[in-house]
Design a protein around this ligand. Sequence first.
Ligand code: NAD
Length: 281
Amino acid sequence: MFDLSNKRALVTGALGLLGREHVGALTEGGASIAILDVDEGPASDFAHAIHRRFGVDAVGVGADVTDEKSLKDARARIEARIGPIDVLVNNAALNPKVEGNTNVVGNIRVAGNTDDASATAFERYPIEAWQRALDVNVTGMFLCCRVFGAGMAEKGRGSIINIASTYGMVGPNQSLYRRPDGSQKMFKSPDYPTTKGAVLAFTRYLAAYWGHRGVRVNALSPGGVENGQEDWFVTKYSERTPLSRMAAPSDYRGAVVFLASDEASYMTGANLVVDGGWTAW
Ligand SMILES: NC(=O)c1ccc[n+]([C@@H]2O[C@H](COP(=O)([O-])OP(=O)(O)OC[C@H]3O[C@@H](n4cnc5c(N)ncnc54)[C@H](O)[C@@H]3O)[C@@H](O)[C@H]2O)c1
């Protein structure tokens, strides 16, 4: 079961925290792999490392998921190297992180200094940042599905996995981002839950649209991943999670392999929630 050795998979945003895990899981399962991220150099380096480690065919390409021409160029180069894609993981997204630079969404500056959360408040949130998140998180997914999914529909088989989030199902409780001294470190942005809700709706749309063509389209909703956040944040997050901890980056590997594999062949239009129970209460 869960053999991917006859599959060719593409992961977008593959150089990020979870993208690297998705790549590792799919290649360990035996899939040939295409690694897509903004910068070609590191994508190519990662592909070489994966090839050396797992012996699978691997290619790294630089492309922008919001640019259809750039995706079509990437498709031509990927197909020339490993053949047409059977599994697409739409993972690229702008995700303002509490452990990262909370002042910048994409390339758009939203705040003056890292200790000032007021500029990330809804009342002042820059429309450019909102727009860019919609472009990357929603339009990017739409374009990747069209550019890489059309070939799947022609062949009559394929699996698309759209990475959503708990915040596609429940709203952010902004008290999570408040330090023990009562000051607000950041506000989770209004675009993030909005775009993740759209990922879930679009997943159902495309599952219904392409079901009869043999293309399965599912969402995977991860919870928050521990990644060097300050202790107070990890503690707060863990207290709000039934399993009493944040996720490890590796916690989503099994879910990705399952959705990619033929073991999920009667599953489409679904949302696989792997969140330690965050949305259960
Ligand atoms: N980290 C978490 O706690 C968490 C929780 C729930 C859901 N998610 C979701 O998982 C996915 C991955 O999250 P992550 O934490 O690994 O994010 P990340 O920020 O570490 O990685 C995102 C990657 O996407 C790439 N990217 C951004 N814009 C792009 C574009 N226009 N074209 C191509 N690539 C682009 C970035 O270069 C980066 O490598 C996202 O969809 C995110 O919303 C993450």
